[in-house]
Design a protein around this ligand. Structure first.
Ligand code: FE2
Ligand code: FE2
Length: 387
C-alpha cells in the first residue's frame, strides 16, 4: 500500500558495499571533470589518460552534495531508495490527451456558478505558473548540486513530469476555451497569487546563482532550506491544497476530467515531495546541519499567511462543499504531516483534518479504463493511503 508520507514503503535494505578489499576510492577522475579549453585557441586539450589504477567506487564515499566520487557511475548505490523512486515514477505514465474533457466543457459553460468558475480558473492559473517554477528549481538549481547519480536520475524524471504537468494545465485551459493570455498573466496581476509565486522565486534565486559553493556552511544551509521549502511547503503542502478545490467539484460530479488530470499529477507530486524530503533529511544527517527551529517555524507561518490570502481571494464566499476556512484548516493539517517527516517541530499543533473525504477523492481509481481503448494499469501498488 502506498501512502503520501512513504509512497514506496521502502524496505530496510543495507547499502551495497564494495568488496572488502580495503581499497580506497580512486583519486581521479573527479565528478564533472573535463579537459579545459585553451582560452587563446579555443581548442580542447587532450583528454587525460584513462587511469590504469582506477579503483572501485566505495558507495560509502558517496554524498548527496560535495561528493568526490565519479558521478558518471551509477552503481554501487549508496541511495538505493532513490533508484526505487525512479522505477516507481515510471509506472505512472499518462498524457493529458488520455483523459476525456468533453463533459468539462459542458460543465464549465452550463453548470458552474460564477464563483465556481472563479475558483476553477484561478486554480489553473496558480498551478501552471507553479509547475514551471518546480521544473526550474529541480532542473536548474537542484540537480547540478547533487553528487550521486542515482539522485540526479530521479530528478531528471521529475523535470520531465513537471513539464508534462504544465502541458496538462495548458490542455485544460485550451480545451475549456479560456483566454490563455489572461489566465497565464493572472499570477502577475493578482496579488494573492503573485505573493506565493514570489516566495518561490526568492528561494529559487538564492540557489540558482553560479557562484554558490556548498562547502560554505551558510550556503549549504540555505540550499537545504530552499529544497525543504520546495519539497515540504511548495510541493508537499501548497500543491496538495492547490488541487483540493477541484476535487471538491469532482465530488459533486463537476469538472471530472480536470480532476482526473490532477489525480495523475498528484500521484507524481506524492513522489516529488517525499523524495525531496528524504534528500533534505539525508543532507542534514551527512553534513551534520542544525537548522534553526525559529527559521523553520517562520517558513511554515509565512506559508500559512500566504495561503490564507490566497484562500480568501479564491473563495471570498464558500462554494457548495468547500470554503476558505476548510482550505486553511487543511493546509495546517497537511503542513504538520510534512513537518513531521522533515523532523521539524509540528508548526500548527491541534490542526485537524477538515476535509476527511479529500484523501479518498484524490485517489486514482486505477482499474478505470478511460475510453475502453486503453488499459490504465498504473501504479501496481494499489490505491494511495494518504496517511
Ligand atoms: Fe508538478
Ligand atoms: Fe513536483
Amino acid at each position: 500500500m502506498l501512502n503520501w508520507d512513504e509512497p514506496l514503503a521502502p524496505q530496510p535494505r543495507a547499502p551495497e558495499t564494495a568488496p572488502a578489499t580495503g581499497i580506497q576510492p580512486a583519486a581521479a577522475p573527479i565528478a564533472g571533470e573535463v579537459p579545459a579549453a585553451d582560452t587563446q585557441t579555443g581548442r580542447i586539450a587532450e583528454p587525460a589518460p584513462m587511469p590504469t589504477s582506477a579503483k572501485p567506487i566505495n558507495p560509502e564515499d558517496k554524498r548527496v552534495v560535495n561528493g568526490l566520487t565519479d558521478i558518471n557511475q551509477l552503481a554501487p548505490f549508496k541511495y538505493p531508495w532513490a533508484w526505487e523512486y525512479f522505477l516507481n515514477a515510471n509506472r505512472n505514465h499518462w498524457t493529458p490527451l488520455d483523459i476525456n474533457m468533453t463533459q468539462d466543457v459542458h460543465d464549465y459553460l452550463h453548470k458552474l456558478t460564477l464563483e465556481e468558475r472563479h475558483v476553477y480558473e484561478n486554480v489553473l492559473s496558480y498551478l501552471t505558473t507553479s509547475d514551471i517554477l518546480a521544473m526550474r528549481n529541480i532542473g536548474l538549481a537542484v540537480m547540478e548540486k547533487m553528487s550521486a547519480p542515482e539522485l540526479q536520475i530521479y530528478q531528471a524524471r521529475q523535470v520531465y513530469e513537471e513539464a508534462m504537468h504544465t502541458w496538462t494545465y495548458q490542455h485544460c485551459i485550451e480545451t475549456i476555451g479560456l483566454d490563455q493570455g489572461e489566465i497565464y498573466n493572472r499570477y502577475r496581476v493578482v496579488p494573492e497569487i503573485h505573493h506565493k509565486i514570489q516566495m518561490c522565486n526568492q528561494r529559487l534565486d538564492s540557489v540558482l546563482r553560479p557562484d554558490i559553493d556548498l562547502n560554505d556552511r551558510d550556503e549549504l544551509e540555505n540550499f537545504v532550506l530552499a529544497y525543504t521549502f520546495f519539497a515540504g511547503v511548495f510541493e508537499g503542502t501548497w500543491f496538495y491544497n492547490g488541487f483540493s478545490p477541484i476535487f471538491a467539484l469532482q465530488r459533486r460530479g463537476l469538472m471530472k476530467g480536470t480532476a482526473e488530470q490532477l489525480q495523475y499529477i498528484m500521484r507524481d507530486e506524492v513522489l516529488h515531495a517525499s523524495f525531496g524530503i528524504r534528500v533534505c533529511n539525508q543532507i542534514v544527517t551527512e553534513e551534520n546541519i542544525k537548522l534553526d527551529p525559529k527559521i523553520i517555524q517562520q517558513m511554515w507561518e509565512e506559508a500559512e499567511a500566504a495561503e490564507m490570502q490566497y484562500a480568501k481571494f479564491l473563495l471570498p464566499d464558500p462554494i457548495l462543499g468547500y470554503s476558505a476556512d476548510d482550505h486553511i484548516a487543511q493546509f495546517r493539517f497537511i503542513a504538520n504531516r510534512r513537518a513531521n517527516k522533515l523532523h521539524h517541530t509540528i508548526p500548527f499543533p491541534g490542526a485537524e483534518n477538515a476535509l476527511p473525504w479529500l484523501d479518498e477523492q484524490a485517489n486514482l481509481k486505477k482499474e478505470k479504463n478511460f475510453f475502453e481503448t486503453r488499459v490504465t494499469e498504473y501504479q501496481t501498488g494499489g490505491a494511495l493511503n494518504w496517511d
